[in-house]
Design a protein around this ligand. Structure first.
Ligand code: FES
Length: 100
Protein backbone atom coordinates (compact mmCIF):
# COMPACT_ATOMS: atom_id res chain seq x y z
CA UNK A 1 0.00 0.00 0.00
CA UNK A 2 1.16 3.49 -0.80
CA UNK A 3 0.63 5.95 2.02
CA UNK A 4 0.05 9.66 1.55
CA UNK A 5 2.37 10.14 4.51
CA UNK A 6 4.68 7.53 5.97
CA UNK A 7 6.08 8.97 9.16
CA UNK A 8 9.26 7.67 10.71
CA UNK A 9 10.00 8.77 14.26
CA UNK A 10 13.46 8.07 15.56
CA UNK A 11 13.29 6.36 18.94
CA UNK A 12 16.93 5.35 19.06
CA UNK A 13 18.63 5.43 22.45
CA UNK A 14 22.36 5.26 22.96
CA UNK A 15 23.84 3.77 26.05
CA UNK A 16 26.83 6.09 26.17
CA UNK A 17 27.05 9.84 26.10
CA UNK A 18 29.31 10.15 23.08
CA UNK A 19 26.42 11.43 20.99
CA UNK A 20 22.94 12.58 21.92
CA UNK A 21 20.01 10.37 20.91
CA UNK A 22 16.35 11.05 20.28
CA UNK A 23 14.82 8.76 22.90
CA UNK A 24 16.71 10.60 25.61
CA UNK A 25 14.71 13.62 24.45
CA UNK A 26 11.40 11.74 24.83
CA UNK A 27 10.91 10.97 21.13
CA UNK A 28 9.01 7.78 21.95
CA UNK A 29 6.36 9.85 23.76
CA UNK A 30 5.93 12.15 20.77
CA UNK A 31 5.75 9.15 18.42
CA UNK A 32 3.02 7.53 20.49
CA UNK A 33 1.16 10.84 20.70
CA UNK A 34 1.27 11.39 16.93
CA UNK A 35 0.15 7.82 16.27
CA UNK A 36 -2.82 8.22 18.59
CA UNK A 37 -3.81 11.60 17.16
CA UNK A 38 -3.73 10.27 13.60
CA UNK A 39 -6.05 7.50 14.77
CA UNK A 40 -8.32 9.80 16.78
CA UNK A 41 -8.70 12.18 13.86
CA UNK A 42 -9.24 9.29 11.42
CA UNK A 43 -6.60 10.62 9.04
CA UNK A 44 -6.46 8.11 6.20
CA UNK A 45 -3.45 6.70 4.35
CA UNK A 46 -0.98 7.66 7.06
CA UNK A 47 1.35 5.25 8.82
CA UNK A 48 3.41 6.16 11.87
CA UNK A 49 6.45 3.98 12.50
CA UNK A 50 9.31 3.94 14.93
CA UNK A 51 12.74 4.09 13.39
CA UNK A 52 16.30 3.67 14.41
CA UNK A 53 18.85 6.45 14.16
CA UNK A 54 18.32 8.74 11.19
CA UNK A 55 21.76 10.29 11.65
CA UNK A 56 20.57 13.79 12.46
CA UNK A 57 20.83 13.17 16.19
CA UNK A 58 21.90 16.67 17.20
CA UNK A 59 18.76 18.07 15.53
CA UNK A 60 16.38 15.70 17.26
CA UNK A 61 14.01 14.38 18.22
CA UNK A 62 13.90 13.64 14.48
CA UNK A 63 10.89 12.79 12.33
CA UNK A 64 10.98 12.24 8.59
CA UNK A 65 7.93 11.98 6.37
CA UNK A 66 7.97 10.15 3.04
CA UNK A 67 7.47 10.29 0.14
CA UNK A 68 7.76 14.06 0.60
CA UNK A 69 11.12 13.80 2.37
CA UNK A 70 10.18 16.34 5.02
CA UNK A 71 12.45 16.40 8.07
CA UNK A 72 11.06 17.75 11.32
CA UNK A 73 12.34 18.37 14.80
CA UNK A 74 9.63 17.41 17.29
CA UNK A 75 10.49 18.37 20.85
CA UNK A 76 7.08 18.98 22.40
CA UNK A 77 3.47 17.84 22.21
CA UNK A 78 2.70 21.22 20.64
CA UNK A 79 5.19 20.40 17.88
CA UNK A 80 3.52 17.00 17.49
CA UNK A 81 0.13 18.74 17.14
CA UNK A 82 1.57 21.01 14.46
CA UNK A 83 2.91 18.01 12.55
CA UNK A 84 -0.45 16.25 12.65
CA UNK A 85 -2.15 19.47 11.54
CA UNK A 86 0.25 19.64 8.60
CA UNK A 87 -0.99 16.23 7.46
CA UNK A 88 -4.54 17.58 7.39
CA UNK A 89 -3.80 20.90 5.69
CA UNK A 90 -1.05 19.61 3.42
CA UNK A 91 1.07 22.58 4.41
CA UNK A 92 4.59 22.12 5.74
CA UNK A 93 5.18 23.18 9.35
CA UNK A 94 7.99 25.53 8.36
CA UNK A 95 9.03 26.35 11.93
CA UNK A 96 9.85 22.70 12.62
CA UNK A 97 11.93 21.96 9.56
CA UNK A 98 15.42 20.64 10.06
CA UNK A 99 17.73 22.58 7.81
CA UNK A 100 20.46 20.49 6.20
S1 FES B 1 19.32 9.10 17.52
FE1 FES B 1 17.66 10.01 16.43
S2 FES B 1 18.58 10.70 14.60
FE2 FES B 1 20.17 9.69 15.64
Amino acid sequence: MDYDYHIFCCVNERAGNERVSCKKKDSHLFRNYIKQKVKDKSIQNVRVNQSGCLDKCESGPVIVIYPQGIWYKCESFKNADDIVDSLITGEIAQHLLIKN
